[in-house]
Design a protein around this ligand. Structure first.
Ligand code: PLP
Length: 402
């Protein structure tokens, strides 16, 4: 066989997918596995959205649509951006895609040339790094620290920006850390991107899953300079429990949106028409399901925090948004289980999966080897059982005497 493309050979396997596949294989062998590795709400898609999809099929919304998506959904997104984010986008500034993931892919491919630099804030959603590499550009990683609540001061971001930097990828609320940038922090960032004249992808998919007094602020709402340079990415996956429906969207300067539409027309044309009709109902219909989901996530978040606080030597940050705890467990590295050393986050995740029956995601998947990610997108009964196993697992690791 001739070799595959360099692009595909250089692409990393997704650790999240790898752990999910292993967990499924163990389940097939009859093992009792609880998954804390999931990245999607465990609730059903609300009824009004389901009905809209059935209606769409029956009314014949089953043919090709315009490349940027149905005008009716574009209009709903326009209203959503104005209502929730205080951003005014015209219809020709909005592009709908197969999930926020494709919105980000389209943007990266539209903006970056080989040799360009893209600044990514760690811990990060690993897709960012892989997409930047796919475009032939260089990911420049800026480290976030647990003791700073995983929020990187703008002064440190500035140090990573050079003449080669074209793009910064911002994710607030953040997967995996749940960190949220405040309005003041975003204002500083807005000034920085204007000064350096760089683009920003602002990935806001966890916007609706925020807790306590946290406020979600959109970078593009902070003045014309930020508005012109920001590509605001969002989607219905997390807010409306619609991960499988594959609808994401973006708002951007019309010149950027035009090129992204040209690109998408050659790649996937547009997302599913049925899902687009469902997403319209999600954005324009009742929003109560979001409040209920958030309340349920918040109860689980508090429960998990209480359980984690009882395990010694774990450094965790209470997430302000999303549905994960990203905990520094590196004090346990070097310890052993039945004589076998736990050398890092992958070993620890394998130990929890194989010995304790809990799937967690190793921090290396997010550029933070010292951590693991625990998702609370599972019901309370599962969470209680999983936390019992996690606590037992940590206790059973012995300090290596060597
Ligand atoms: N951005 C972040 C930070 C995510 O965690 C995810 C999904 O896990 C996405 C984007 C992609 O969402 P979508 O389902 O809309 O493609």
């Amino acid at each position: 066989m001739k070799p595959f493309s360099k692009k595909i050979e250089q692409m990393a396997e997704s650790e999240t997918v790898a752990i999910t596949t292993k967990a499924q294989a163990l389940r097939c062998q009859g093992k009792d596995i609880i998954s804390l590795s999931v990245g999607e709400p465990d609730f059903a898609t609300p009824r009004n959205i389901q009905d809209a999809a059935i209606d769409a099929i029956q009314k014949g919304f089953t043919k090709y649509a315009p490349a940027a998506g149905y005008p009716s959904l574009i209009s709903a997104i326009e209203k959503k951006f104005e209502r929730d984010n205080k951003i005014k986008y015209q219809p020709n500034q909005i592009v709908i895609s197969n999930g926020a993931k494709q919105s980000i892919f389209n943007t990266v491919m539209t903006l970056l040339n080989p040799g360009d630099h893209a600044v990514i804030l760690a811990p990060f959603w690993v897709t960012y790094v892989e997409l930047v590499k796919l475009a032939g550009a260089k990911p420049v990683i800026v480290e976030g620290l647990p003791e700073e609540g995983f929020k990187i001061p703008v002064s440190r971001i500035q140090k990573a920006i050079t003449i080669k930097t074209k793009l910064l990828i911002l994710n607030s609320p953040c997967n995996p850390t749940g960190a949220i940038f405040s309005k003041e922090e975003l204002q500083k960032l807005a000034a920085l991107i204007a000064k350096k004249n760089i683009y920003v992808i602002s990935d806001e998919v966890y916007e609706k899953i925020i807790y306590d007094d946290a406020e979600h602020v959109s970078l593009a709402a902070l003045g014309k300079e930020a508005y012109d340079r920001t590509i605001t990415v969002n989607g219905v996956s997390k807010a409306y429990a619609m991960t499988g429906w594959r609808i994401g969207y973006l708002g951007a300067h019309e010149k950027i949106a035009k090129q992204i539409t040209k690109f998408q027309a050659q790649i996937t044309h547009h997302p599913s028409t049925i899902s687009m009709k469902a997403a319209e109902s999600a954005l324009l219909g009742p929003q109560e399901s979001i409040i209920k989901m958030r309340q349920e996530f918040d109860n689980r978040r508090k429960y998990m925090m209480q359980r984690l606080s009882q395990i010694p030597e774990i450094l965790y940050v209470m997430p302000k948004g999303a549905f994960y705890f990203f905990s520094d467990v590196s004090k346990y590295y070097g310890r052993t289980y039945h004589g076998k050393a736990i050398k890092g986050s992958v070993d620890l995740a394998n130990f929890f999966l194989n010995e304790m029956g809990v799937a967690v995601v190793p921090g290396i998947a997010f550029g933070a080897e010292e951590c693991i990610r625990l998702s609370f997108a599972t019901d309370m009964a599962n969470l209680e059982k999983a936390m019992d196993r996690i606590e037992k697992g940590f206790k059973s690791l012995t300090i290596n005497k060597l």
